[in-house]
Design a protein around this ligand. Structure first.
Ligand code: GLU
Length: 263
């Protein structure tokens, strides 16, 4: 058995570019597949925490805006519209498989205050013991620079640490970490395993990003650094076909595996 097969408590992060089409509208087919796999992983005995972006993206679509607004109040308003829509989508989709979801919206100050951190950990524990799937996002509508995580890759690593996850999976719009940018270099090769995140790895990751998401590969590497240092195995895989998650948890080598550090 490999570490992903053995993992009991998993955090899965999905980004806006996986959840939406190029048009900015929600990719219903993909979300339905994704939810089905998560529900099934839960049925197989794993505890699942979902970190989902998409509040701003879904809000932009729902408000009929052409693109993501640049100013903060408009972004925060779009997030407020989108977050409730997003939860409604998850709630409906998971209900089909008899699973209950709960919304947890985070800001950085929660993690920095020991009292509030303990509080949110207790909430996560309680939800997981009640067999609920917590769906986490940043509380974008109230976040200001001082209290924001900025991107959900980092948030997912923080959440993985808070809940003491065994594994963190970051679904991306790219197959994993490559030794060059596969969008401009045809022969760029996927790196299947990273044992240590050093300068060389960080350099490889810089410059690869997506148009609709917030972070590029670099924020994923930073997240992997936080999580692996806390003894959590991390996989960065493509979110294009959610069934890839089955392969990962069946023990197949997919994407890039960032190996947890020994504590
Ligand atoms: N919290 C943001 C949203 O839901 C996304 C941040 C990110 O994608 O990293 O739209």
């Amino acid at each position: 058995m490999n570490c992903f097969q053995e993992a009991k408590r998993i955090v899965v992060k999905v980004g806006t570019s996986t959840l939406t089409y190029e048009t900015g509208m929600i990719n219903i087919r993909r979300i339905e597949k994704f939810v089905k796999v998560l529900a099934d992983l839960k049925n197989s005995g794993k505890q699942v925490v979902l970190v989902s972006s998409g509040a701003i993206g879904v809000g932009v679509g729902k408000l009929g805006l052409f693109e993501k607004p640049k100013d903060t109040p408009a972004k925060q308003a779009a997030a407020a519209v989108g977050q409730s829509e997003l939860m409604q989508i998850y709630d409906n989709a998971f209900s089909l498989y008899n699973h209950t979801v709960a919304q947890i919206l985070m800001t950085k100050d929660i993690v920095e205050s020991s009292k509030r951190r303990t509080n949110v950990i207790n909430t996560f524990e309680q939800l997981l013991s009640m067999n609920v799937i917590p769906v986490v996002n940043e509380n974008d509508s109230v976040s200001t620079e001082e209290i924001e995580f900025g991107d959900n890759d980092t948030l997912s690593a923080v959440v993985a640490k808070l809940v003491g996850a065994d594994a963190l999976v970051i679904m991306s719009d790219i197959d994993g970490l490559f030794d060059g940018n596969p969008r401009d270099r045809e022969n760029a090769k996927l790196i299947p395993v990273v044992k240590k995140i050093d300068k060389r790895i960080e350099t490889m990751a810089s410059g690869t990003g997506s148009r609709r998401g917030t972070g590029g590969m670099i924020t994923k590497i930073q997240a992997a650094k936080i999580a692996t240092a806390a003894g959590i195995d991390v996989a960065v895989i493509s979110g294009e076909n959610p069934y890839t998650l089955y392969k990962l948890f069946d023990g197949e080598a997919v994407g890039t595996h960032f190996v947890r550090q020994q504590l």
